[in-house]
Design a binder for this molecule. Sequence first.
Ligand SMILES: Cc1cn([C@H]2C[C@H](O)[C@@H](COP(=O)(O)OP(=O)(O)OP(=O)(O)O)O2)c(=O)[nH]c1=O
Length: 188
Amino acid sequence: MLVLASSSPRRKELLSQIGCKFVCRPSSCEELTFRDEPNPQKLVMQNAILKAKASVDNHHKDEIILGSDTVVALDNKIYGKPKDDNDAFCMLKNLSGKTHQVCTGIALIKNGKIFSDVCTTDVTMKNLSDEEILNYIKTKEPQDKAGAYAIQGLASIFIEKINGCYFNVVGLPLNCLYNLCKKADVDL
Ligand SMILES: Cc1cn([C@H]2C[C@H](O)[C@@H](COP(=O)(O)OP(=O)(O)OP(=O)(O)O)O2)c(=O)[nH]c1=O
């Protein structure tokens, strides 16, 4: 049985979309921040492993656990979920008119063995006026999203271009996950 170590409704939807049978077991763990690991790819991979490890149930050693973590990276800065509306404003103001990277780390634990990978997508956002940012923040969509936007939601109108996996931006790179499962001999 596959266990999705996540409370993200997006990850749940994406995994359901490919017909995978799984249970959700969100865990709470102390995640690393950019202060611990300034490299976004390494950061998300380590956090994905931490999340997966926190959901391991030692009574069910046959379970396969999937953890994941998404951040937005631009100009040597890493953006997670905004703390508040001000934080969301600053993030969107910085992302405006630029191309940033969205990195998602995924980690599978099978029989105590860890398999992990990371996927990166370039996302180009249009120039945003302060009014557009403020109106968007009012919708509350930015609150629980890395980089304070949801490509799959209202922010879709702000996205000029993407290069790479779309599902990675939403929180679960499906092709990357499929490849990792093959490596770990896990049947999705
Ligand atoms: C950039 C972007 C992020 N996101 C989401 C994906 C992730 O759910 C979230 C980043 O936060 P994460 O900390 O990666 O995940 P989470 O807290 O939502 O869930 P969990 O730790 O329990 O697995 O941002 C979008 O939904 N759309 C987007 O366009």
